[in-house]
Design a binder for this molecule. Structure first.
Ligand code: AMP
Ligand code: MG
Length: 401
């Protein structure tokens, strides 16, 4: 068996960062930028009002209350067609251009308009610049908006479009194929024949990929047949940046995924000192990373979490400190027992945040076939080799959500 960190290093070494691409902002959320974005224009583009109210001369209202003559209205979206002279005010709406002559805005709540609409009485004095948002106050021309390596959030995409930029240079989404293998696998609601099970890993893995920000590609199911497995993998690497296979990588007579990958790829077979997910096949087939994940449903998910997700995040340009989930410190809210076996265990736990700390409890049956506990789990609790944890012990948690 090899330590987890060594297996993870081997995987990461085989995952090359994808070439940059320009994508529409609508497709860019969650992707990592490769460019320094510099503002080509000012934001806001002109001095405008932050409030609905009246544009005034601050000197005119210094001795408020005062009454001013209303000379017109300035709406958002059009240039002002009035000038504010001494003793005058213009009605103005949020976002509208400050009209010439005015140097302050007084909000409508502090004013009273005469019944004929000709005059306004201003209740308070306001300083020069009151409620005026200056041109360039958000971004000046030539200002760096953000640099490379930034994960694009909705806010970043808003900033880009506020500058008239509708494409971003990024590391693209990894297109990742998923193929499940096994003669026992069937799909659909029909009653199972004895010996059959329904294929769940393919659907789990496709969803995990989508959640990890990748583009999942469903390559279907393949029986335990050497030539069909080889054909499926070849078809997958032609259209994908990486591949996940499920099943057929252990020690059984019909574990052909292992055999096929050995023939067509440059593979490492690892027995990793972890439970679940001890067997892992990883390597390159024509330069494409292929993850041969174990068939047991919980193992396949944990293996994805510990190996595939970090590798794929590296490919998509995330920085090294964001490849793995960062462990958070918690406390065992019940004993989390295990037996010494030379492996690190990843127990499926439910986590509650109470009194300023994470409290972990078992999420249910810990067998690698017991997917319901994995589904219920909020986190994987890292249990070092030994007897496990007693109530109240500190525990390191990998939060899954
Ligand atoms: P294998 O890795 O092929 O030896 O499979 C290990 C266990 O996982 C066996 O009990 C399989 O029936 C089960 N298994 C394999 N593939 C899947 C799948 N796609 N969905 C659910 N269970 C699976
Ligand atoms: Mg099998």
């Amino acid at each position: 068996m090899i330590p987890l960190a060594e297996a993870q290093e081997r995987v990461l070494a085989g995952c090359a960062v994808l070439d940059e691409a320009a994508v529409a902002v609508g497709d860019a959320r969650g992707l990592v930028t490769t460019e320094t974005v510099v503002a080509p224009e000012v934001v806001p583009p002109f001095d405008n009002t932050a409030m609905d109210g009246f544009a005034v001369r601050s000197a005119d209202v210094a001795d408020a209350p005062v009454t001013l003559a209303i000379v017109g209205t300035v709406a958002a979206g059009v240039p002002p067609d009035v000038t504010v002279g001494a003793g005058q005010a213009a009605r103005i709406m949020t976002g509208a251009v400050i009209p010439p002559g005015a140097d302050a805005v007084i909000m409508v709540e502090l004013t009273e308009t005469s019944p004929d609409g000709a005059e306004v009485t201003v209740a308070q004095s306001v300083p020069e610049g009151n409620h005026i948002r200056r041109a360039g106050e958000d971004l000046a021309v030539g200002q760096t908006v953000f640099g490379p390596g930034e994960v694009l959030t909705p806010g970043h995409l808003g900033v880009l479009t506020s500058l008239g930029m509708y494409r971003a240079k990024v590391r693209p989404k990894a297109r990742v194929g998923v193929m499940s293998t096994g003669d026992e696998l069937v799909e659909g609601p029909q009653p199972l024949q004895r010996g059959q099970i329904r294929d769940s890993n393919r659907h789990t893995l496709l969803a995990l990929l989508a959640e990890a920000g990748c583009e999942p590609v469903d390559l279907g199911r393949t029986p335990d047949d050497e030539s069909e497995i080889a054909a499926g993998i070849r078809a997958g690497i032609e259209q994908c940046d990486a591949l996940l296979t499920s099943g057929g990588v252990s020690m059984g007579d019909y574990d052909y995924v292992k055999k096929v990958l050995d023939e067509i790829g440059d593979m490492s077979w690892m027995q990793v000192a972890i439970k679940p997910a001890k067997p892992l096949a990883f390597g390159l087939v024509e330069g494409i990373p292929v993850f041969g994940l174990p068939g047991n449903p919980v193992s396949s998910m944990v293996s994805f979490e510990l190996f595939a997700r970090p590798g794929l995040r590296k490919m998509m340009g995330h920085p090294p400190d964001a490849w793995h989930r960062r462990p958070v410190a918690g406390r065992a809210a019940e004993p989390l027992r295990r037996r010494p076996d030379g492996k690190t265990h990843f127990a499926r736990v439910r986590v509650e945040y109470a009194d300023g700390r994470y409290e972990a409890r078992s999420a249910g049956g810990q067998g690698s076939h017991q997917l319901s506990a994995m589904a219920a789990a909020d986190a994987l609790a890292v249990l070092a080799d030994g007897e496990g944890l007693a109530l109240g012990d500190a525990v390191s948690l990998l939060l899954l959500r």
